[in-house]
Ligand binder design. Structure first.
Ligand code: APR
Length: 188
């Protein structure tokens, strides 16, 4: 575990499985259909149960009939998960870095935190969005993610009664080490 405090919010990194987290919300690395998939998406739907999928269907029908665009975020309850909520966001597919991937990945984090703040949640866990099936190099994605967190904590009035903890849950040691390197670069 590696953590630091920034503007009254604890930012922590750990190696583990996002479905085990007891934070109020966990973030899903979804796809635009919101109909599930592999990786984090598959794990969350398997562990969370059918109620999450039913809420995603409603969201598709009412808010995003053509699918959730990359960078956007929506929220459902956590179903059978320890987390009370799941924030579903769609990361960019890596195409080499000159197709707006950085901006979209930053938006995933900023919009997910905004959704959490609107809901007055105290803690959120992120996976390493886009670094699996979507191919975003983790050394780059980790920097984008942590810069987006810093930008949110600098801009949103979160100091009083805002987020107490933002957690990144990395599945592999390599990803964990990349996020530690990025955390030191962005916050020190
Ligand atoms: N807990 C934490 N991290 C996990 C877990 C887990 N249970 N399972 C996988 N990961 C890690 C992967 O190792 C990777 O580092 O999450 C990161 C993101 O990988 P993906 O889940 O493949 O997500 P992404 O790269 O954003 O691709 C999204 O994959 O699963 C489909 O439906 C999803 O189409 C979407 C695409």
């Amino acid at each position: 575990m590696y953590s630091l405090d920034y503007n009254c919010t604890k930012i922590s990194l750990l190696q583990g499985d996002i479905i085990d987290q007891e934070t109020e919300a966990i973030v899903n690395a979804a796809n635009s259909s919101l109909m599930g998939g592999g990786g984090v998406d598959g794990a969350i739907h398997r562990a969370g149960g059918a109620s999450i999928m039913l809420q995603c269907l409603q969201i598709r029908k009412k808010e995003w009939p053509n699918g959730l665009p990359a960078g956007e975020a929506v929220i459902t309850t956590g179903g059978n998960l320890r987390a009370r909520y799941v924030i579903h966001t769609v990361g960019p597919i890596w195409k080499g870095g000159s197709s707006g991937e950085e901006e979209k990945l930053a938006s995933c984090h900023e919009n997910s935190l905004r959704v959490a703040l609107v809901k007055k949640l105290k803690s959120v866990s992120f996976p390493a969005i886009s670094t699996g099936a979507y191919g975003y190099p983790v050394s780059l994605a980790s920097n984008v993610a942590l810069k987006a967190v810093k930008k949110t904590l600098d801009s949103e009035p979160v100091a009083k009664g805002g987020l107490h903890e933002i957690r990144f849950v990395l599945f592999t040691l390599g990803d964990y080490e990349a996020y530690v390197t990025a955390m030191k670069a962005v916050f020190h």
